[in-house]
Design a protein around this ligand. Structure first.
Ligand code: ATP
Ligand code: LTN
Length: 329
């Protein structure tokens, strides 16, 4: 039986953190052998907000290196840069013309990101979900492995595909959001009621390339409550978040009960120091691999070129079908 195709992407808009790893990349890595995988560095999405050109160029490469350092096998998985395949922007235009403004107005991420500065934000930021739909639909992906915050965008992608298929011709596969229950929403260390995020300030997150000292410091300072017993209680949001991270980084098959037993009578201090050790040990091989890959700049350039060359024909085929269905050309 043919493998199901996964497509996902991350913006090269800042350094990656533990939330990005646990909510997205780690799942890509764990399931890479069961699927046909396409993973993109979505640079066209990054320019929806101002970027320094030189820094952006570097961050695109750094993000692709992180994908590989986290364990994606570049021989088996396609890794590429969005702007290397022109059809993303081209199909996005067709979708901009197909998508009602009302659908875009409902996107909570846009509202959260712009707040009361909506009129100053770019038109690109507003139509960003149509570009994301183009990314996914160009490759006829079956599913989109992402964190919980992207669910609404994947649902919009489904609506766009269905509208196109209904009004023109059945060109697009309608994809599923692939969101895991555990890890889909890692919370900020300094405020467990907000998600861990690149834009949430330095004390809210742990970067994948942070040094052990910084990791220990951030976890020690993580906000918890005045309780003492270490149990998975969703009402105690800070503690729950630390335990979720601990569970996700523990060997496969570890249960919540085993973790609660392990910490019985030990208190929050013990949890924090063991968790810090676990995070440091998890990130160590990722950081080593990242440094290895960085030693040869040509390595990543070649992978990205090969990746785009490999999947461009799929994008070209889908785009030409969509164009023809709309009567263009
Ligand atoms: P920003 O702060 O700019 O919104 P971000 O940190 O949310 O950025 P993205 O680049 O938007 O990160 O997300 C990349 C991937 O990581 C997406 O699949 C997203 O769902 C996932 N992700 C981001 N933050 C978290 C989180 N706190 N928990 C789980 N998954 C997350
Ligand atoms: N919107 C996503 C990034 C993104 C994406 C995609 C994710 C752009 N295109 C296609 C999955 C599939 C974000 O901000 N994390």
């Amino acid at each position: 039986m043919a493998k199901l195709r996964a497509f996902s992407g991350i913006q090269p808009s800042g350094d990656l953190h533990l939330g990005n790893y646990l909510g997205a990349i780690r799942n890509w890595v764990l399931e890479q052998s069961e699927r046909d995988n396409i993973y993109c560095v979505v640079d066209l999405h990054a320019i929806t907000v101002p970027q320094d050109p030189e820094a952006l160029h570097k961050r695109i490469r750094d993000l692709a290196k992180i994908y590989i350092a986290c364990g994606l096998d570049p021989e088996a998985v396609t890794i590429f840069v969005q702007s290397h395949v022109a059809e993303h922007a081209q199909l996005a235009w067709l979708f901009n013309c197909l998508t009602p403004i009302g659908w875009l107005n409902r996107m909570t991420q846009f509202k959260e990101k712009t707040g009361d500065r909506r009129d100053q934000s770019s038109a690109g930021l507003f139509v960003y979900p149509a570009l994301m739909a183009a990314d996914i639909l160009l490759y006829q992906a079956d599913g989109v492995p992402v964190g919980e915050d992207q669910k609404q965008h994947v649902e919009l992608t489904r609506d766009i595909a269905e509208k196109f298929n209904r009004e023109y011709a059945p060109v697009f596969k309608v994809p599923q959001p692939w969101i895991k229950e555990d890890g889909a929403r890692i919370m900020a260390l300094d405020d467990p009621h907000k998600k861990m995020s690149k834009s949430g300030g330095p004390n809210n997150l742990i970067y994948l390339l942070d040094t052990p000292d910084v990791i220990v410091k951030r976890i020690k300072r993580a906000v918890t409550d005045t309780g003492t017993n270490v149990v998975f209680d969703p009402e105690r949001a800070g503690l729950y978040n630390l335990l979720e991270i601990y569970l996700l980084l523990s060997p496969a098959g570890t249960t919540k009960e085993q973790i609660e037993q392990h910490f019985e009578g030990k208190g929050y201090g013990a949890l924090k120091s063991e968790l810090a050790e676990l995070v440091v040990e998890t990130l160590k091989p990722i950081q080593q691999k990242y440094n290895e890959i960085s030693a040869d700049p040509n390595y990543i350039e070649e992978i990205l070129k090969r990746g785009a060359d490999r999947i461009r024909p799929i994008a070209e085929k889908t785009y030409s079908e969509a164009k023809a269905a709309m009567g263009l050309g």
